[in-house]
Design a protein around this ligand. Structure first.
Ligand code: NAD
Length: 501
């Protein structure tokens, strides 16, 4: 008898077993234990999820703001109450440490709190007397069924970037979580239903390429939010745009931090280690290139020393700093890029292949912190997003040279400068062509009062997830220009000009 649990679909308010014949194992990356099986949903199941969303939209779009907001007030409370439980699921299926899993959930929780404030966010504008007796105002109307496609690295935060704001705006939603770790996402979905999201307003389908393509092509889906790799995001952007949808794609990265010699040394080194190796480097905002300027080049031995002290192991064990990468394939890819870095002439200051481990966790997908210096554009370790615990060190003679290196890189997700100089910081934030800038902050992901603003090759579409921008993404601005005649109005002559007067 097969006792491995299955991950359910959510269609029209019911958690249902897929009828597919195609299933994939969800594997604990620290132990290789099979935790559950996830279905690759059929086309009919995708259609049923979208149809449920379309039906529910008829009533949900008219639901008062207060009713929508109160669901998210309740939802944030439920997420807080279940934080540890969801974090344990997340660590088991994704690998990151338990405190980092709580961080993943917390950054999503902040968006749920923001969604509870939808009344203020979705307000329109009014201009009085734009012509005699004429007023113009705007309303932000929901679009219909929207869809979200999410990556493996933040199975809590990124789904929570998407469906709470879309639904709070009056849309219904079809979510397609990462097939590598959908269990924590599903627990959060269960809590959303418990918070009062009505049947059909939130639906979930699982799968890979075929399900994603079905979402891109579906005539009844009006908007698609995607977060994942540049290759898949570019495909989704083109395919879904071609089908007439609004699309926003947040994609891959290569984030550089510049270290000036006047930076606070202790803080800077600790920040680089945390941002380079936290979550085993599997963050789209991880620092993957450190550019050491001038005398800061002498800090490499201390950086290596600190990285060597990180504890590598099962993320569920207390005291672990770096968990496994998501899959055996990911481990092989990271290790082969490390080999390529050596072959291409970079200096391997710290080799994370075959890291020191406790006896019990040998079977996991572990790669330890790895540091290369002498890294240059043209090397695979610089040109590709490694998405593992590998920090590349490049050198520059001046701040200008360092900024030029960053601006020549196609990606624009995040960047940071470490310095004590206000003038250098101002120059950097003015001249660097990257959408999210940190000054002595290594991972400058904005809180939901703002929006996530990656740029250039890291993003397609104008509007970012969460914050005010996403309200514009998930709504249609309608302008209404109106004039009322009363009994005292004097009938005017026919006017064939375009003027409103
Ligand atoms: P991925 O692109 O492989 O997968 C993302 C989603 O696309 C998943 O739901 C997956 O099922 C689906 N997918 C995979 N292959 C597909 C295909 N051929 N056709 C259609 N759909 C497909 O990304 P991932 O490995 O899960 O996540 C890591 C990537 O996500 C990294 O590149 C990282 O930088 C990026 N990311 C970006 C941000 C951001 O905000 N910019 C945030 C997190 C992650």
């Amino acid at each position: 008898m097969n006792t491995i649990p299955t991950v359910k679909l959510l269609i029209g308010g019911q958690f249902v077993e897929s009828e597919t014949t195609e299933w994939r194992n969800i594997v604990n990356p620290a132990t290789q234990q099979v935790l559950a099986r996830v279905p690759m949903a059929t086309r009919a199941e995708v259609d049923a999820a979208v149809a449920a969303g379309k039906l529910a939209f008829k009533t949900w779009r008219h639901t008062p703001i207060g009713v929508r907001a109160r669901i998210f007030l309740k939802y944030q409370q439920l997420i807080r109450e279940h934080m540890k439980e969801v974090a344990a699921i997340l660590t088991a299926e994704q690998g990151k440490t338990l405190p980092d899993a709580e961080g993943d959930i917390f950054r999503g929780l902040e968006v749920v709190e923001h969604a509870a404030n939808i009344g203020n966010l979705q307000m329109g504008e009014l201009a009085n007397n734009v012509a005699t007796g004429v007023d113009t105002y705007t309303v932000q109307q929901p679009l219909g069924v929207c869809a979200g496609i999410t990556p493996f690295n933040f199975p809590a935060m990124i789904p929570l970037w998407m469906f709470p704001m879309a639904i709070a705006c009056g849309n219904t939603f079809v979510l397609k979580p990462s097939e590598q770790d959908p269990m924590s996402t599903m627990r959060l979905v269960e809590l959303a239903i418990e918070a009062g999201i009505p049947p059909g307003v939130l639906n979930v389908v699982h799968g890979g390429e075929e399900v994603v393509n079905a979402i891109c092509d579906h005539a009844d889906i009006k908007a698609v939010s995607f977060v994942g790799s540049t290759r898949v995001g570019t495909h989704v952007y083109h395919r879904a745009s071609q089908a007439g949808k609004r699309v926003q794609c947040m994609m891959g990265a290569k984030n550089h931090a510049i270290i000036l010699p006047d930076a606070h040394k202790e803080q800077t080194l600790n920040n680089l280690i945390g941002a380079g190796f936290g979550a085993a480097g599997q963050r789209c905002m991880a620092v993957s290139v450190a550019i050491l300027v001038g005398e800061a080049r002498k800090w490499i031995p201390e950086l290596v020393e600190r990285a060597q002290k990180l504890v590598i192991g099962n993320g569920a064990a207390a005291g672990t700093d770096v968990g496994p990468v998501i899959s055996c394939a990911a481990k092989e890819r990271v290790e082969s890029l490390i080999a390529q870095g050596v072959a291409e002439g970079a200096t391997l200051d710290l080799d994370g292949r075959q890291p020191p481990l406790d006896g019990g966790v040998r079977e996991g997908n572990f790669v330890g912190p790895t540091i290369f210096s002498g890294v240059k554009p043209g090397m695979a370790i610089y040109d590709q997003e490694i998405f593992g615990p590998v920090l590349c060190i490049a050198e520059a003679a001046s701040l200008d040279e360092a900024i030029a290196l960053i601006n020549a890189n196609p990606n624009g997700n995040g960047t940071a400068l470490f310095t004590q100089s206000g003038a250098a910081a101002r120059k950097f934030q003015e001249e660097v062509d990257v959408g999210q800038v940190g000054i002595n902050v290594p991972i400058p992901v904005p809180v939901p009062l703002f929006s996530f603003t990656g740029s250039r090759a890291s993003k397609l579409g104008d509007l970012g997830p969460y914050g005010k921008q996403v309200v514009l993404f998930y709504t249609q601005t309608k302008t209404i220009t109106e004039r009322w005649f009363d009994d005292s109005s004097v009938a005017g002559a026919v006017n064939t000009t375009i003027s409103l007067r």
